[in-house]
Design a protein around this ligand. Structure first.
Ligand code: ZN
Length: 432
């Protein structure tokens, strides 16, 4: 099932031709209408016409989120405000937010791209889609709402909060597709289970989750409890919102919408491109955005791009589920380790309700990593021997996956320090 088969299954050569045409037009518009890009290109000594092929893209400077914020509010817009029909913003304090504009065409494109990921995840016009994203300045709610309406599904703009009411709506309105963050889906799933509601009392078939990294273990739990096919989707407000990429029901990586975005993967330290199949930071260039073209945007998200074909027939290359962010990268004994990678691994073993803290110390010239795990949640209920066994499997798995020795210690529940109710995931005592 495809939404735009001629685009989603486009011949590779034809796609690359389309990409270079769209790239050149984007660069020309950005250079002509956004002083920020003109200054940057001039400083780098590159003109839009110098970019004659996709491989010369790396000659252009990268754009960071701080630069977007620095042009608050409308400095990055490439069209006059009268052509903008929608304005979104990222979270952050008022003058440190990134403000994003959309023309009528941008909204049409966005709706189609959101429709693509919904259809790839199983949704049709016969579905009842419950959208549990905030409807506000952030892009999640509206982006997926327009996509689902475009398909012709019946859309419930349930927004967020009030879990009991969400579940009542889900039962009474016979929701067949749930759209939310994976963590909210997990909360709904656990609440449904705790309320003793059987799967058969629900009409759910599909779950489409995005906006945060999640592990295969969380996917397994959500799928099991709710009896659904759960797919991952990806997007970020600065480049569009949801609709940059999404999994098909094969669930083997997220198909990039390459007719609208150029995706590169770079080494976050050297900033040089890394080959397909290797992990690095995702960098995105928009190819069709009118109001808000963005050139080589550093997403800070870590992923791998896969080029092998998918059984579903889509030709867009796939990105692996986001494995963490470069800003949570730790250098331990010279190795690059991501705090979220450690977290994902701990949750896979200890369960989604596990609470932990990663503590890093330096003894002499050696870095020492200790993971403190609270003895709470289902996995740790029980005797000391079981706890020791769990800590041991975490230690082994961390050594195997990360190549570093990590001490895992179980502490009493509710003993890790909390700030505003949250445990700081990493405490690095090496920092001055
Ligand atoms: Zn596929």
């Amino acid at each position: 099932m495809y939404w735009e088969p001629d685009k989603e299954c486009m011949d590779r050569e034809e796609l690359e031709q389309l990409q270079i045409e769209r790239l050149q037009s984007t660069l020309n518009r950005a250079y002509a209408h956004v002083p920020f890009y003109r200054k940057k290109f001039d400083a780098a000594g590159v003109l839009p016409e110098d970019i004659e092929s996709l491989s010369s893209l790396a000659r252009l400077p990268l754009t960071t989120k701080d630069e977007v914020r620095g042009n608050y509010p409308y400095g990055m817009f490439a069209v006059p405000l009268r052509e903008v029909v929608r304005i979104h913003a990222t979270s952050g304090t008022a003058d440190a937010a990134a403000v994003i504009g959309y023309t009528r065409n941008d909204i049409r494109t966005w709706s189609n791209l959101a429709a693509r990921l919904l259809v790839a995840g199983g949704v049709t016009k016969d579905d009842v889609v419950q959208i549990c994203f905030a409807y506000g300045l952030s892009t999640g709610g509206f982006g997926l709402h327009y996509g689902a309406e475009r398909i012709g599904a019946s859309v419930i703009p349930a927004s967020i909060g009030n879990t009991a009411r969400q579940i009542k709506i889900m039962k009474d309105f016979k929701t067949t597709a749930l759209v939310s963050t994976p963590s909210y889906a997990l909360l709904l799933a656990h609440t449904i289970r705790d309320m003793g509601i059987p799967k058969s009392a629900l009409s759910l078939k599909y779950g489409l989750f995005g906006a945060e990294p999640w592990s295969e273990e969380i996917r397994r739990q959500i799928q099991d409890i709710l009896g659904i096919v759960a797919t991952d989707n990806y997007g970020l407000s600065v480049v569009l919102g949801p609709g940059v990429s999404g999994e098909c029901i094969e669930r083997e990586g997220l198909h990039l919408n390459e007719d609208h975005f150029l995706a590169e993967v770079i080494d976050p330290e050297t900033l040089k491109p890394v080959p397909a199949g290797q992990k690095g930071e995702l960098v995105i260039t928009t190819l069709t955005r009118e109001a808000f073209p963005i050139i080589r945007f550093r997403t800070r998200d870590l992923t791998i791009i896969h080029t092998e074909p998918c059984p579903c027939g889509r030709t867009g290359r796939r990105m692996s589920k986001v494995a963490g962010r470069t800003d949570d990268m730790l250098v331990i004994k010279g190795a690059h380790v991501f705090a979220s990678q450690i977290g994902t691994l701990l949750l896979d073993i200890g369960g989604a309700d596990l609470r932990y803290q990663i503590v890093i110390d330096r003894k002499g010239a050696m870095d020492e990593v200790t993971v403190l795990v609270e003895a709470a949640g289902a996995a740790f209920a029980g005797q000391d021997r079981r706890q020791a066994g769990l800590a041991e499997s975490m230690r082994k798995q961390l050594a195997h996956d990360l190549g570093i020795t990590v001490d895992v210690r179980v502490v009493e529940k509710e003993t890790l320090p909390r700030v505003d109710g949250k445990i700081m995931p990493v405490v690095d005592h090496r920092k001055p």
